[in-house]
Design a binder for this molecule. Sequence first.
Ligand SMILES: Cc1cc2nc3c(=O)[nH]c(=O)nc-3n(C[C@H](O)[C@H](O)[C@H](O)COP(=O)(O)OP(=O)(O)OC[C@H]3O[C@@H](n4cnc5c(N)ncnc54)[C@H](O)[C@@H]3O)c2cc1C
Length: 323
Amino acid sequence: MSVLVYVEQVDGKFKKSVFEAVSYAKAIADIQGSSLTAISIGNVGEAELKELGKYGASKVLNVSNDQLKNFVNQAYASVIAEAAKKENAAVVVLSNSFSGKGLAPRVAVKLEAGLVDGAVELPKLDGGQFLVKKTAFSGKAFAITELTSAIKVIALNPNAFGVKESAVEATVEAFSPEIKATDFTAIVKEIVRATNKVSLPDAELVVSAGRGLKGPENWGMIEELANLLGAATACSKPVSDADWRPHSEHVGQTGIAISPNLYIAIGISGAIQHLAGVSSSKVIVVINIDPEAPFFKVADYGIVGDAFVVVPKLIEALKAHKG
Ligand SMILES: Cc1cc2nc3c(=O)[nH]c(=O)nc-3n(C[C@H](O)[C@H](O)[C@H](O)COP(=O)(O)OP(=O)(O)OC[C@H]3O[C@@H](n4cnc5c(N)ncnc54)[C@H](O)[C@@H]3O)c2cc1C
C-alpha cells in the first residue's frame, strides 16, 4: 500500500503547488505508515525529478513519451490510474489546479475511488472513518466529507497546506504504461503563450481592480504596481464585461478562483460573487474610498482612500524601497 501524487510540470519544471501537493501526500503517507511515489508525465530532467525527494517522494515514476508532451486529459488520467494500480496506491493526491480539476474525477472513475476536490486539510482518521475537509458553495462554507471507498482521490487546493520539506533520496524509475488510441479523442497540438505575464491561477501575488477605476485608461498604474511586485493582474466581472480588461482576468464565482498569498483589491466593492473566487487568499488588502464597502469585512488590511491617490503613493514607496 502506498500514496501516489501526480506532479504537474510546465516546460519541464515543477511549480510551487506541486511541491505543496507532494508535502501533503507525504504527510498522508506518514499518517498511514506507507511510502510516497510521485508520477511525472512529460519531458522532465532527472535533476528536477530528484527535487521531489526534498519533499518526501522516495520514488518518482517518469513517463517520458512524445505523445504525452502536451497535456491530454483522458490520456494523463489513464496513466495516473495505471501508476496507482502498479503502486498499489490507497490514496492518490493531485493539486486542485486547472488541469487537476479535470484529471481528479477521471482518475477517480478509473479507480472506482471516492473523490474529494478542493481539500484544505489533512484527512482525519477517526474510528475507522476517513474524513476530509473541503471548501463548498464557492468557498463560502466548508464540508467534511467521508471517503468510504478502498482507494481515495484527493485534489488539494493550492496554498491550503504549504510546502514542507522532508528530505529523502528519490529514485527515478522509467514508467511506460500502455497508451490507448481511444485516450486521444482531443489532442493539444501546440501551446502558444498569450503573454509573458505571470499566469493568474498560479500567481502568488495578485493586484486586482474594479469599477472604482472608472475606465480602461486608468489601468496603467495597476499594471505598474503589479510589475513592481512581480504580481499578476485581475479584475471584477463588470470590468471584463465592459471590455476594460480581458475576460482571462475576471476572478470570482463565474470567473477564475484564486488563492494567492497576497490579493490587493482596488476599487472593488466585495460583492459575494467576487469574494467567492478570492476569499481563500492568504492575505487580503483592500483599497476603497467607501469605508462601508463590504470587502473591508474580509480584509486583513484596509486603506480607506482614493485609488488615484493611494496607488501612486504605493508605487512611489515600492520604487524607493527597490532603490
Ligand atoms: C450570477 C452572478 C455572478 C457573478 N459573478 C461575478 C464574479 O465572478 N466576479 C465579480 O467580480 N463579480 C461577479 N458578479 C457581479 C457582482 O455581483 C458585482 O456586481 C461586481 O463584483 C461589482 O464589481 P465592482 O466591485 O468592480 O464594481 P462596483 O460594485 O461598482 O464597486 C466599485 C467600488 O469601487 C469603489 N470606488 C469608487 N471610486 C473609487 C476610488 N476612486 N478609489 C477607490 N475605490 C473607489 C466604490 O466605493 C465601490 O466599492 C456576479 C453577479 C451575478 C449576479
